[in-house]
Design a protein around this ligand. Sequence first.
Ligand SMILES: O=C(O)CCC(=O)C(=O)O
Length: 427
Amino acid sequence: MSCLWDEVLAVLPPRLEDLRLEFSRTVDKSLVFLLRQIVELLYEGQDIVKCLQLSQTIIDFSWEKLNIGTWREVGKEWRRVYSHGCLFKAVCLCKEKTAVREAIETCDMGLLMGATILDNILIRLVKVLQNHKTTMKRPLEDAASHQEPSRKKPSVVPMIQEIRTAMAVPRVRCPSLEHFRAQYLIPQKPVILEGIVDHWPAVRDCKWSVDYIRDIAGCRTVPVELGSRYTDEQWSQTLMTVDEFIEKYILDQEEPNPIGYLAQHQLFEQIPELRQDIDIPDYCCLGAGDEDEITINAWFGPMGTISPLHQDPQHNFLTQVSKGTTSADVANIQQHCKGQFMVVGQKYIRLYSPEQTAKLHPHPTQLLHNTSQVDVENPDLVNFPEFELADFQECTLRPAEVLFIPVKYWHYVRSLDISFSVSFWWT
Ligand SMILES: O=C(O)CCC(=O)C(=O)O
């Protein structure tokens, strides 16, 4: 294996002068001075201990700025400063081969909380570090391998709803662009598209087993939602590695409380290897927006995650990807695919057209005005009597199926298995 340190230095601009540290006047001069000092140490002196200390100072100082007020109020310049701090700290950590995991964690913090800097240098640095991660152990790996898998004993068994034929979302197999446009996009009618993602490596090669996801992304830090629905008071968000998330919320056979949901808007930007396994559906070209305006979201979680009834300001192709597991997770195995045990992830989805809005009792607050107050599968009909009168459609979305949810269509989603979905928001 080539020398990690050389590879890391090769990611940095070749000369000190190329690493331009220019910030607006919002950023104190003393801080910019500190950043320049770090760069000089890195390029010339290579006093790594001091460099590491100074980088941590930059991180701590800018972290304070990131945590004042709401996220929208945080100046982009402070996010750039934070990312620089993370970059320099991560580089310093690489001098110690044993700190590769911490270096990746640091890059992820820069990616999640900072801004893009130096032509996406943090993504490029992680790629290098990932190649050296073979020497790293998954923190929970040992403990897990000695445990007998026990059968999941959910305290609440989610109802698997019979789909009522009259309300079933129609299905169509590989429609032409014109057919889709005329029959579904223009009249804004939901439909399940079959056969349109069969070529995705994630689907065709049954690639997304839990082992694969751990291999590609196990040591990456990502935001995880805790709580079965975001309208609950106890709901919160936290950061953890994908390994921790999988151990705690996917493979743990006891019903985890609260439920953890890796519901992320940036996952595919943060982990480009996963992005290579999927593709933007061709039908998105029928929209008015550009391809780079499409938001791709990941939804990875255990059985029982619920997205409360809500609407979004864009069209959506919600795509169910079959999701894999380790052979230990026998309780959930439903399909055997190319020698790998796979779990078939399915979701129950309820849809209400925008015309039904008044009967759905949206939350009165500005923050949650796109979310209904009604618990769809256990409605409080005393407080929300009109809900019963609202017309809806429903479906069970199975692996390799894509649900077209027109703009502003209300949707409620409950996972029936461990499940990995990808949604594309487009206009
Ligand atoms: O799959 C889920 O839980 C939610 C999906 C969703 O709400 C969306 O893609 O907008």
